[in-house]
Design a protein around this ligand. Structure first.
Ligand SMILES: [Mn+2]
Length: 355
């Protein structure tokens, strides 16, 4: 594995590259052009400038999270080919800059969803949390206000104000899209992009839906191992792979996380490692990465990645907000740096005990 850290880019991230460079073991960043709308082409000059900036700090670009997918592609509307052509052009431009990993998601309307962005934990830290009853009480059109009120002024990925202003139109677009249709449209998209992925050796890594079940009556398909296997079979190319995000799949306690990892050898291209604490079946909050702070066995998760020979980028995922840091919720420096050190420690111990 390669230890990496998510970085949203200068002007968007509160954490500068030089601080990331000082976290032991981190050699790469997972980054993006945060101002790009889904459907826009990423110009070679912009990608080159991003690459130069990252490399000047002594790091490199380990992958892109994310190149977002236009709704026309997800709903399969007649203009989807135009947007797929643009996506292919972006992939080509990334490939030419020696970038070989792209994370994306296939969630309708809403990206990752939480009911709170700053729930206070017993130790005084704040975390993102999800309560099903609270979500059930919110109208979809009010989700944006709910999501952004505790965002410390940050622009949240997937919750851009321009997008949320079109919320009713978006719901209309997805009216006739069910799970089957979503699978079909994903297949169509993947089949069209595989040639460029093969040409430049770009690994596509779909991020799971978070939480891993339908919200607001919208279908969600990247939720469990059966659906993942179906997706791998339907476009059976090693470049069609997954982002294994423990925190997202783990929202459903029926997902056996180490078991899922072990059944996807060669198809996990990127790993997000974090922990959740379940307070009840309908309520969870994000926790420190340490196993004992949450509900997951982080040793077993990291060991499964080690055992399948995982060689892609790994990154700590959402951290708690601690030590009076003010940052995009989930994306402060301190707790993610602690998470990095912990994952590195698990990895070293596992690799040495296997000798
Ligand atoms: Mn994730």
């Amino acid at each position: 594995m390669e230890m990496t850290f998510r970085w949203f880019g200068t002007g968007f991230d509160t954490v500068p590259l030089w601080k990331i460079r000082q976290i032991p073991g981190v050699t790469g960043v997972i980054t993006t052009l945060y101002d790009k709308e889904p459907g826009e082409i990423w110009e070679p000059e912009r990608i080159r400038a991003l690459r130069s900036e990252v490399e000047a700090s002594g790091l490199h670009i380990s992958g892109i999270e994310s190149v977002n997918i236009h709704d026309a592609i997800k709903v399969g509307s007649p203009d989807r080919d135009l947007y797929i052509d643009r996506y292919i052009q972006t992939l080509e431009n990334l490939g030419k800059e020696d970038i070989h990993l792209v994370c994306y998601n296939f969630m309708p309307v809403f990206d990752w969803t939480r009911s709170e962005l700053a729930r206070v934990r017993p130790d005084g830290s704040t975390v993102l949390a999800y309560n099903q009853d609270a979500i059930d009480a919110i109208k979809p059109e009010n989700m944006f206000d709910n999501m952004t009120k505790d965002a410390n002024g940050a622009r949240l990925a997937g919750w851009e104000p321009e997008r949320m202003a079109r919320i009713k139109e978006l719901f209309g677009m997805y009216r006739d899209v069910d799970e089957e249709k979503l699978f079909e449209n994903l297949k169509y998209f993947l089949e069209r992009i595989m040639p460029v992925c093969n040409k430049y050796d770009i690994r596509m890594a779909v991020h799971p839906d978070d939480p891993a079940w339908p919200v607001f009556g919208l279908p969600r398909i990247i939720t469990n191992i059966d659906n993942l296997k179906r997706m791998m079979r339907m476009v059976d190319d090693p470049h069609n792979g997954v982002t294994f995000c423990s925190g997202s799949y783990g929202t459903n306690p029926e997902n056996d996380l180490p078991g899922m990892i072990r059944s996807l050898p060669g198809r996990i291209h990127f790993a997000h490692v974090r922990n959740l604490k379940f307070n009840s079946e309908r309520d969870f909050e994000e926790a420190a990465h340490l196993s004992s702070d949450g509900s997951f066995d982080m040793y077993e998760i990291v060991k499964a990645l080690y055992d399948i020979g995982f060689d892609g980028p790994i990154r700590p995922d959402h951290g708690r907000m601690i030590w009076e840091e003010s940052a995009m919720p989930g994306y402060g420096l301190y707790d993610r740096a602690l998470g990095t050190a912990y994952i590195n420690g698990l990895w070293e111990a596992i690799s040495k005990s296997g000798r």
